[in-house]
Design a protein around this ligand. Structure first.
Ligand code: AMP
Length: 192
């Protein structure tokens, strides 16, 4: 059993231009299934979101969706999940997804994915949570973002310790292993 039991995955409502993005995302679902991790995500059956949910369900994993009422039709809510939470708005969605999860991973996506990832990073920077935040850099999609974060450090806008909160990897198994180590190291520092 792993210390991260429930993983929140932020990802695109589109599939992207290369088949690698769906393939890489399905590989994350496979790695999660091997570890018995459940998935918390945005509850749609479109794009990378649907690909991850469908793959984990096909492997008998538990999948929890959280979707605002207004997006149920727009993003086409997934009807076959373990549970679908319909919430009032985007703020409630993000709060519920964070509450249900022991850690967060971003896959390729667009503005919605970026916003969710950066919110979890800023909350960690401020000490509002201590859960691991990972980035699966599928097919180099996030190379430039990672470089830009380094630039923000070099230019004095971000501390290296905060840059180090983000655990980025190209391999899903290695990423989940590193996130579990982060979790265990944090827990070992807590007073008994
Ligand atoms: P995208 O990466 O833009 O395809 O969006 C991925 C997911 O993020 C979709 O389910 C969007 O509805 C969701 N999303 C977009 N903006 C927000 C937001 N402000 N808060 C929470 N979820 C969002």
């Amino acid at each position: 059993m792993t210390s991260i039991n429930s993983l929140c995955v932020y990802c695109g409502s589109s599939v992207g231009a290369k088949s690698d993005y769906v393939a890489g995302s399905e590989a994350l679902a496979q790695a999660m299934a091997t570890r018995g991790m459940s998935l918390v995500y945005g509850g749609a059956h479109v794009g990378i979101m649907g690909a991850v949910a469908n793959r984990l369900m096909s492997l008998d994993g538990q999948v929890y969706g959280v979707i605002p009422e207004s997006l149920v039709k727009l993003e086409v809510a997934h009807e076959g999940l373990s549970e679908l939470f319909v919430v009032a708005d985007m703020h409630e969605r993000k709060a519920k997804m964070a509450d249900l999860s022991d850690g967060f991973v971003a896959l390729p996506g667009g503005l919605g994915t970026f916003e969710e990832l950066f919110e979890m990073l800023t909350w960690a920077q401020l000490g509002f949570h201590t859960k691991p935040v990972g980035l699966l850099n599928v097919a180099g999609f996030y190379d430039e973002l990672l470089r830009f974060l380094d630039t923000a450090c070099e230019q004095g806008f971000m501390k290296q310790a905060h840059r180090d909160i983000l655990i980025a990897d190209t391999d899903p198994d290695t990423l989940l292993d590193r996130m579990n180590v982060y979790e265990a190291q944090y827990k070992s520092k807590l007073p008994d």
